[in-house]
Design a protein around this ligand. Structure first.
Ligand code: PMV
Length: 323
């Protein structure tokens, strides 16, 4: 049977979420949790199977209507592949396998779009280049997120790490954890709502701007120190900067009782640094932990959170997979 598979990584924001909305920089990296999409021959409709998302639905290959709202971004991407890149949209089936939590601020929608675009175009015999994949996956992200910065799909396509500044763009950076340290991602299991948190934080910032502009400037400065800590493999400085960033995020209203409880539990059991990642209020927390303490840290969270993932950062972007 004719088929093709591709996988793409998720992302975490290590530093600078929220502050990036008003012009400070943020630092995001690819993580070793991936979405794998397989495209295979089928008849009639385009059929989607995603057990993790509990999704089993369809897109009509002729008029691109869909049976589940969650497929709207991918229907738009297929339309774009047809109209801009000249692909025929044939019936096929799509199987999505993933170890990346959905809706936890880890970029799963961008990873799905990038891996599907590569798998489908390979299935059709003309796999797109990385620059083209960046272009088409952004179309899906616009439907999924309104006015996205483009961080998630850039990481999904190119992997590695990047610094982003609004209105200026991306700069790719090499990132690697200090030897002997791991990055844990903790899904609190509390659903997040990026739009409401962003609105709340912007409100606080505008009410207090004469004071809070210094917080935003401090957050931007953290990026320089974090790059230095990463270059020098200085785990203690890196962790301390995560804690400092968490304090600033709390100050502008992005944290919550659940997040603070997880963060303090992580620190108490030995994490050198811990902070929320993404929008906050719920979603995920990240922690820098020395390898020998990972077991203890995991134990301290048992029964308190939805899942814990021990990840490598700066991994490769979207790529074809062998069957
Ligand atoms: O939770 P995520 O991955 O959607 O990240 C939101 C990041 C913010 O800085 C809070 C918003 C933004 O658009 O940059």
């Amino acid at each position: 049977m004719r088929k093709a598979s591709a996988s793409a990584p998720g992302k975490v924001i290590l530093f600078g979420e929220h502050f990036v909305v008003k012009g400070s920089r943020s630092l995001a990296v690819a993580i070793s949790l991936r979405v794998k999409t397989t495209v295979a021959e089928s008849r009639g409709k385009i059929r989607f199977y995603s057990p993790l998302a509990g999704l089993e639905s369809w897109i009509d290959p002729v008029n691109l209507e869909y049976g589940d709202e969650r497929l709207a971004p991918l229907a738009r991407m297929l339309e774009y592949l047809r109209d801009k890149y000249g692909f025929n949209i044939e019936p096929h089936k799509v199987i999505v396998e993933s170890n990346l939590p959905v809706g936890a601020g880890l970029g799963s929608s961008a990873s799905l779009a990038a891996s599907y675009a590569l798998a489908y175009t390979a299935f059709m015999g003309s796999p797109l280049s990385k620059d083209e994949l960046l272009d088409v996956s952004y179309e899906a992200e616009k439907v999924a997120h309104g006015n996205p910065s483009g961080v998630d799909n850039t990481i999904a396509v190119y992997g590695g790490g990047l610094i982003y500044k609004r209105g200026v763009g991306f700069e790719r950076v090499e990132v690697d954890l200090p030897p002997g340290y791991r990055l844990l991602i903790i899904d609190t299991g509390v659903p997040r709502n990026t739009r409401s948190v962003v609105e709340h934080v912007l409100n606080i910032a505008s009410m207090t701007w004469e004071a809070s502009e210094h917080v935003y400037r401090a957050a931007d400065k953290i990026i320089d120190l974090a790059l230095k800590a990463l270059r020098n493999k200085d785990a203690f400085l890196l962790g301390t900067l995560m804690n400092l960033n968490q304090g600033l995020l709390n100050a502008v209203g992005a944290s919550s009782e659940v997040i603070e409880r997880v963060v303090f539990s992580l620190r108490r059991s030995g994490a050198v640094g811990a902070k929320l990642t993404g929008a906050g209020w719920g979603g995920s927390v990240i922690a820098l932990v020395s390898e020998d303490l990972v077991g203890r840290v995991r134990e301290s969270l048992s029964g308190m959170v939805k899942s814990i993932h021990d990840v490598v950062i700066g991994v490769d972007g979207v790529s074809l997979e062998n069957h």
